[in-house]
Design a protein around this ligand. Structure first.
Ligand SMILES: C=CC1=C(C)c2cc3[nH]c(cc4nc(cc5[nH]c(cc1n2)c(C)c5CCC(=O)O)C(CCC(=O)O)=C4C)c(C)c3C=C
Ligand SMILES: [Fe+2]
Ligand SMILES: [Fe+2]
Length: 361
């Protein structure tokens, strides 16, 4: 018998089901102004994303931004839209399927792997409702942001907490906060660069571009800037680059305030003017290709670099469905499952896997 009226009886006794939820930012449903308006309205109203006084921001958002930006952004999305939908959504869905398959091979066939979006659909709340209905008792929230930032990772934490507020009997919850230096993540990034160089030749500089944040966030203690430096340095070390061979930059500035510097596009234009004829650009903060990589970097920044005198601009794709990246996701996830009471069968696989990884606990 179930103890709570809102719990289906079939759950009784099924107390050990575990799920992993991959969470990414979210993306519009269609490359249209109306879909963009809905998406931007939710995204830009998140107080973790825009930290200016609410009343003033409401006026700017509704008075200006939601009138001008949707059509402009929709035109950009239209350039990169896939047959199956928005690239961010397509890659995230595939990553979840591949991770589920890999965990099955590793001896965790009972662990559910699903995915959700912070903005738009499928929402985190909807996904957690579904898992609860399936009798899942333990949920590992896995944000697909290697570098923690309050505007992304903590916003996912907020959303999960908002869901918990109206749940009588929530599952156990764990959050992965960050993995900017995870060896599997760094190794997969480095392998993607080496493969790119083998296939397309090598540039004179590697530009390592991360999504930006208002500079103020750094001054207020957000660790994001430092985590990006760490990832960039570890990637450069893995590639045996000297400090002259690479640059760490920040893209996607929004609004008039100062953001983290140096900015990606002006840096590329300066490299071109300084007679650096060939650059490679990688975006390690994005684990799936999306508007910010496929349009802003691979189209806009490329055009800016070439029209400033650069000769060859080569964009190195995100890790998307790469097998070494999916394995890194598996390592990060299983490490965070450690110590969680799982079924006997899963427990055995977990300790075998830990031994294989050389874990000391
Ligand atoms: C307004 C402030 C913004 C902050 C702060 C911000 C931080 C931030 N964003 C990402 C990752 C992504 N952002 C994407 C799109 C996007 N970002 C902003 C604004 C801020 N981001 C806007 C308005 C948009 C939408 C598109 C546009 O109109 O320009 C995406 C791509 C989504 C897609 O559908 O492809 C990602 C991914 C990070 C990691 C981050 C802080 C570290
Ligand atoms: Fe963004
Ligand atoms: Fe952008």
């Amino acid at each position: 018998m179930s103890h709570y009226a809102d719990e289906p009886a079939h759950r009784h006794g099924d107390t050990r089901r575990t799920a992993i939820v991959l969470v990414n930012l979210g993306t519009p449903d269609a490359p249209t102004a109306s879909a963009l308006r809905r998406y931007l309205k939710q995204f830009l109203w998140d107080p973790r994303v825009v930290e200016i006084p609410r009343a003033l921001w409401w006026l700017i958002l509704h008075g200006i931004i939601l009138n001008l930006r949707p059509a402009k952004s929709a035109a950009k999305y239209a350039k990169i839209w896939l047959k199956e939908g928005s690239p961010l959504r397509v890659h995230t869905e595939r990553q979840a399927k591949l991770l589920k398959g890999l965990l099955g091979q590793w001896g965790y066939p009972a662990i559910e792997v699903t995915w959700a979006m912070r903005y738009g659909e499928p929402s985190i709340g909807h996904t957690l409702d579904q898992l609860k209905r399936q009798g899942v008792e333990r949920v590992l929230i896995f944000p697909l942001y290697p570098q923690y930032a309050a505007s992304t990772t903590a916003s996912v934490m907020d959303d999960v907490a908002d869901w918990v507020k109206h749940i009588r009997n929530p599952p156990e919850l764990r959050f992965i906060k960050q993995y900017p230096d995870h060896p599997g993540y760094i190794a997969a990034l480095a392998a993607s660069v080496r493969e790119h160089w083998t296939m397309h030749g090598r540039g004179e500089r590697l530009v390592i571009s991360f999504h930006g944040l208002p500079r103020r966030s750094l001054l207020l203690g957000d660790p994001y800037f430092c985590l990006c430096q760490k990832t960039g340095r570890l990637l450069a070390e893995a590639l045996q680059l000297s400090t002259d061979d690479y640059l760490i930059t920040f893209q996607s500035r929004f609004g008039k305030a100062k953001w983290l510097e140096p900015y990606t596009q002006p840096t590329l234009e300066k490299l071109a003017r300084d007679n650096v004829a060939r650059v490679d650009v990688i975006c390690p903060g994005f684990v799936a290709d999306c508007l910010e990589t496929l349009e802003e970097i691979a189209l806009e920044c490329k055009t800016a670099y070439l029209s400033s005198g650069g000769k060859i601009f080569s964009y190195i794709p995100c890790m998307n469905e790469r097998a070494d990246w999916i394995a890194a996701l598996g390592d990060i996830a299983t490490t965070h499952l450690a110590g969680w009471p799982l079924s006997a069968e899963t427990e055995a696989a977990s300790s075998a896997r830990a031994k294989q990884l050389g874990a000391t606990n």
